[in-house]
Design a binder for this molecule. Structure first.
Ligand SMILES: Nc1ncnc2c1ncn2[C@@H]1O[C@H](COP(=O)(O)OP(=O)(O)OP(=O)(O)O)[C@@H](O)[C@H]1O
Ligand SMILES: [Mg+2]
Length: 230
């Protein structure tokens, strides 16, 4: 990627419900900011005022409230707002963006676990997003039963997808793993089983290596190769 205008990097953090995305994406943002990068931390569904309203429709209430195609269309309406109002302007301004979830969630949840199939997701994706994609996607890999136990302990009302049950979360998990394994150049699969600090250390080290190996030097923070910064 060698655009004339140097845009920021876009990193998505993915994984099943309770895999640790919120905590680990915060750690990633803190680390990137320590490299003196200007980083916007955002999330999906959500990340713009309209998309946050759509989030409430998606993540609360009964599981049967929406069928899978309605879910997909709501997610992509929210994503369109998130992209046009938040992500694209930030990247254009040279900021880096870290998003808790992005399009791989649609592929794994609605495409694989919900049974729509990846082709349907890609059709809507092409219409809404075009060929824009994260520079890097981090997939937090955790046994769905362990993840479910973590979310039960955490509580809260944003549990509509957890209510779909362990078999559904197991299909989401398999979907995420397959997406990560098919695109090793753009995806990092991180074991999210160990304690938080161990997962963070593995994640930051993998990202540092990815930045040093894959990102052209002119897109790295000046005089600070991430490899040497920890
Ligand atoms: N490595 C870990 N070991 C034990 N508990 C963890 C670990 N990582 C996160 N947790 C706990 O598990 C719960 C879920 O973590 P978190 O909210 O970060 O997951 P998430 O992927 O963002 O979930 P969601 O998809 O529901 O937003 C939290 O209570 C968090 O403190
Ligand atoms: Mg979260």
């Amino acid at each position: 990627m060698n655009e004339a205008r140097q845009r920021g990097c876009f990193i998505a953090v993915e994984g099943i419900d309770g895999a640790g995305k919120s905590g680990q994406s915060r750690a990633l943002v803190t680390w990137l900011r320590s490299l003196r990068l200007d980083v916007l931390h955002t999330r999906e569904p959500g990340g713009s005022p309209g998309a946050e309203e759509i989030r409430q429709l998606l993540v609360t209430g009964e599981a049967a409230r929406w069928d899978t195609l309605s879910e997909l269309l709501l997610v992509y309406a929210a994503r369109r707002s998130h992209l046009t109002q938040t992500i694209w302007p930030a990247l254009e301004a040279g900021r880096w963006v870290v998003s808790d979830r992005f399009a791989d969630s649609s592929r794994a949840f609605q495409g694989v676990a919900g049974g729509l199939g990846l082709e349907v997701v890609e059709q809507v994706h092409a219409l809404v997003v075009g060929d824009f994609a994260p520079d890097l996607t981090i997939v937090l890999d955790l046994d769905p039963a362990v993840a479910l136990a973590r979310t039960v302990r955490r509580g809260g009302s944003e549990d509509r997808f957890e209510k779909k049950g362990l078999a559904y979360q197991t299909r989401v998990h398999e979907g995420f793993r397959a997406l990560a394994l098919r695109s090793p150049d753009t995806h990092l699969l991180i074991d999210a089983t160990p304690p938080v600090e161990i997962v963070s250390a593995a994640l930051l080290s993998a990202v540092a290596q990815w930045l040093a190996l894959r990102l052209p030097k002119d897109r790295l923070p000046k005089d600070r190769l991430p490899k040497d910064s920890r």
